[in-house]
Design a protein around this ligand. Sequence first.
Ligand code: HEM
Length: 422
Amino acid sequence: MKAWKWFEGSRVGRSVFRVGIPRSNLERAQAMVSSFLLHVQPAKVNRRTLRPATTLGLGLISLYLLGILTVTGILLMFYYVPATDRAYDAMKDLQYVVSAGLVIRNMHRWAAHLMVLFVMLHLCRVFYTGAYKRPREFNWLVGIALFLLTLGLSFTGYLLPWDQLAFWAITVGANIAAYAPVVGPELKFLILGGNSVGQEALIRFYTLHVIVLPALMAFMVSVHLWRVRKDGGLARPEEGADRLERIDVEHLPTNKSYGLMELTRSTSLQVGKNPEDEVFSWPHLVFREMLLLLAVIAVVLFLAVFWNAPLEEVANAIHPPNPAKAPWYFLGLQELVSYSAFWGGVVAPAVLVTALVMLPYLDRQAVGAGRWFARERRLANTVFTIFLIIAVVLTVIGSVFRGPNWGWVKPWAQPPAVTEGH
Ligand code: HEM
């Protein structure tokens, strides 16, 4: 602490941290505004933002998992080689030779699974609190792009270990893409760089996984967080859009001068705010966020230390496991495909994504935003819940109730050993 105080007061310290540790309200506000990392948040936030029940921290957890994935991913890149004759050996080296390689790989793998899960949970939270309504329609769309990017990142990463699990999961996934009408086979060819999974697919997946998709993700996450701020912070029940429509520039308090930005619709959201409901982001919000970050790192580390990421035999194109299963988040889709490739593999996901995209423009009623399971939104919540239950049931069936040749199995009646194909 003494050393920090000395550093803070030194010439170098003052050039880096203009404010230092804030001690007055003015400095608390300045700390938020003058820091690159903190300035994305306002100097003051509504008390509701601090309550865990408001967001359950799901968006933030997704963001932290993305951070963990970036750091561990870069470390993995020091060893990994995207070549079919070297990739699997690199995984083995990471497991047995490289210092902490196993834990880093495990962290990357578990954080990736958790990120898919938490992004889905975050989407559900936003839905159930009606937070996609005006003026947050666009941020909902950005969110959907983030959801698809998350799936894309996870899917492209799946191939890289070049083991049986990787090879056949991607083969199944690419075959689903081939069912798309008209362009299906071309789409599969584009994804794999050939007709089957091989070196071309590996280098494509690698490039997408470490450059293209992360760059898009970084850009879209920045837009997403910027919009949360510009849309007036988190959705609040008292900011019904009908009330917004009626905010009249003529009736703004005159003891304050307003800039152009403040008069735009997004900042007019601030007008309805009651100063008594506001607290300084530093330390209230920032400390909670830091605590959550430590908790997320601790959980991922715990999982990584006690459970190893799977690594099966090296990929073998002539020995398909039976059944060959897609990654868990596509198992519901694979189950649907087993009934009808076209309806299950193409129509169902296309309808789902289109419905999600159109949602904020169809459900335009302002009431019920910012409140969990608002009564006024009973119909929307029921429909969404039914779809959610169907998705979960299909995923559970695909994960544990399907065995060789995609036939029914009772998981409690036989060991879940994967039998080799003929
Ligand atoms: C990489 C994935 C994502 C990250 C890192 C992320 C991050 C965040 C964060 C940090 C917030 C602030 C509040 C909170 O913690 O919940 C937020 C809010 C929001 N997110 Fe996301 N998000 C992601 C994906 C999504 C998805 C998939 C959707 C929906 C399709 C979505 C829609 C929204 C909306 C509408 C808000 C504003 C909510 C409100 O005002 O209450 N986000 N996001």
